[in-house]
Design a protein around this ligand. Structure first.
Ligand SMILES: [Fe+2]
Ligand SMILES: [Fe+2]
Length: 192
């Protein structure tokens, strides 16, 4: 696993801008902190964090071509906005190139943009670290980090709520899996 991390980092200079590399390392650092607190496998979290935006700087038309070439399932939202495919393409790439078959890692990479109702701790950690990792800065971010550090579930809920609020305020599309992920959290809380 350690060797795979080094190999993924070895691809950064070919695929990523400087700014994106900085983002990915910041996501990794916060994700590893959350993994340690919650006793989640750090190697899996590190691979998911390092891979999540590996294809984020690839142009949309190329992402669509790669998805077709690697037989990645493309939904209607992704066909209209191929940038949304960067997670799924990255997951398929690390599966093929490094033989990563861990379902939690693959779903975390694939669906980090929208989140997914089937996320376990790894997916939740990546979603949180992607949004409030050490490279991000906005009002109340320290408060959000503290919530996530104290309670992963609560941190995930707050991050998703903020994301949905932001999409609505900026009149953006709310992705289907984001809505499903939110409803899953609410359902679980109601069942308690
Ligand atoms: Fe991303
Ligand atoms: Fe990211």
């Amino acid at each position: 696993m350690v060797r795979i991390s080094a190999q993924i980092i070895g691809l950064f200079d070919i695929l990523l801008t400087r700014e994106r590399k900085r983002h990915i390392f910041a996501v990794k650092d916060f994700a590893l902190k959350l993994a340690a607190i919650n006793k989640v496998n750090p190697f899996k979290v590190e691979i998911a964090a390092l891979s999540h935006d590996l294809f984020r700087d690839v142009p949309p038309n190329k992402l669509l071509k790669l998805a077709e070439l690697w037989e990645v399932d493309v939904n209607d939202e992704e066909r209209v906005h191929p940038v949304l495919l960067h997670g799924k393409v990255a997951a398929e790439f690390v599966r093929r190139r490094f033989g990563i078959n861990d379902a939690s890692v693959l779903i975390a990479i694939s669906h980090h943009t929208s989140s997914h109702p089937d996320f376990d701790e790894i997916g939740k950690i990546i979603t949180i670290a992607d949004t409030i990792g050490y490279d991000r800065d906005f009002d109340d971010i320290e408060k959000l980090r503290k919530i996530a550090i104290d309670d992963l579930e609560e941190g995930y809920l707050v991050v998703l709520a903020n994301r949905i609020k932001y999409y609505i305020e900026t009149r953006r599309f709310v992705l289907e899996n984001t809505v499903k992920s939110w409803n899953k959290i609410v359902e679980r809380r109601l069942a308690k």
